[in-house]
Design a protein around this ligand. Structure first.
Ligand code: ADP
Ligand code: MG
Ligand code: MG
Length: 302
């Protein structure tokens, strides 16, 4: 069981001193679905971006910890006691992914002519490779760690040992795309070939489904989706939780997606802090009464 812990997180705009996050506390464990809600401008996206290490923000206090279980990766890797807890803020994006944290889809703008399928396979192999670098391979695994690197392009060439090859990946991809009710053609499209808003959201869930993270942070995955796509994306998120066991931090302004992805816990953010937490009924209360009553409850005035 892994747990993502945001601990007294304070952040401000990197090139200014405007404070945005003022002590966010939040914990998401494997297998749980948490909804982070709040009015526009309350700091939800900033929370997601800070956890992902976005350079526009400076963390002035607090930590973002991932706590691993010693059996996190089965018998594939031994995890030493001093490797159970990591501060994500000190790690590279690849390392965060290798530790099982999914922080939203990254579109690598610089890569041209790469299909979605190739890109996703590369992301999966990068995670596997990075994990081998972070943790020692268990003894009895005879192939010694060799740092082969990528000679030409990471997108080409046969799979190295331990990597997922093209044929094997096709099977994984087909299965996940079926889950998301995505057309096979989608995987053959080029990465930078203008995906629609809805398609980008599907890409994000697809990538998460392939990387099989312990915890995923999904920011406004429901925005701009028509009802059919919303249902597909929701089915994908539910499958991620039910079949992979991923813990989900679902950031949303609207209650709508929560009809399809039922949260175990709901948190309300106001002015850079989580001010109230509850179960799914809290989201329904928000639907009925809006956010003003929370403000009233917290500050004694609307
Ligand atoms: P939410 O996602 O809850 O709508 P955000 O996290 O996007 O809110 O924004 C929180 C507050 O921080 C807003 O007032 C927003 O204008 C401000 N903010 C966010 N990012 C920046 C930035 N890069 N520069 C200046 N202000 C920012
Ligand atoms: Mg600053
Ligand atoms: Mg936002």
């Amino acid at each position: 069981m892994a747990r993502l812990e945001l601990k007294n997180l304070h952040a401000e705009v990197a090139d200014g001193d405007e404070k945005i996050l003022e002590g966010v506390n939040l914990e998401v464990e494997t297998g749980e679905i948490h909804a982070l809600m709040g009015p526009n401008g309350s700091g939800k996206s900033t929370t997601a971006k800070v956890v992902a290490g976005h350079p526009a923000y400076e963390v002035t206090e607090g930590e973002v910890l991932i706590h691993l279980d010693e059996n996190e990766f089965g018998d594939e890797f031994e995890i030493d006691e001093d490797q159970l807890t990591w501060n994500l803020l000190e790690l590279e994006p690849n390392e965060r992914a290798a530790l099982g944290v999914f922080l939203g889809f990254q579109y690598p703008a610089e890569i041209e002519g790469v299909t979605m399928s190739n890109f996703l396979r590369t992301a999966l192999n990068a995670k596997i490779e990075e994990r081998e670098e972070l943790f020692e391979e268990d003894e009895g695994d005879e192939d010694e760690e060799e740092d082969e690197g990528f000679e030409t392009s990471p997108m080409e060439g046969p799979a190295d040992e331990g990597e997922v090859g093209v044929a094997e990946f096709q099977e994984i991809l087909s299965e996940k795309m079926e889950q998301l009710d995505m057309d096979e053609k989608f995987a053959r499209r080029y990465l930078n070939a203008g995906f629609s808003g809805g398609e980008k959201k599907q890409n994000e869930v697809l990538q998460a489904a392939i990387l099989e993270p312990s915890v995923a942070v999904l920011d406004e995955i429901d925005s701009g989706l028509d009802i059919d796509r919303l249902q597909d994306v929701s089915a994908g998120i539910n499958a991620l939780r039910d079949e992979v066991g991923t813990g989900i931090l679902q950031i949303t302004h609207y209650q709508r997606i929560l009809d399809y992805v039922e949260p175990d816990h709901v948190h309300i953010m106001l002015d850079g802090q989580v001010v109230k937490s509850g179960d799914a009924s809290l989201a329904e209360e928000l639907e009925d009464k809006g956010y003003d009553w929370v403000r009233e409850e917290v500050y004694g005035t609307a």
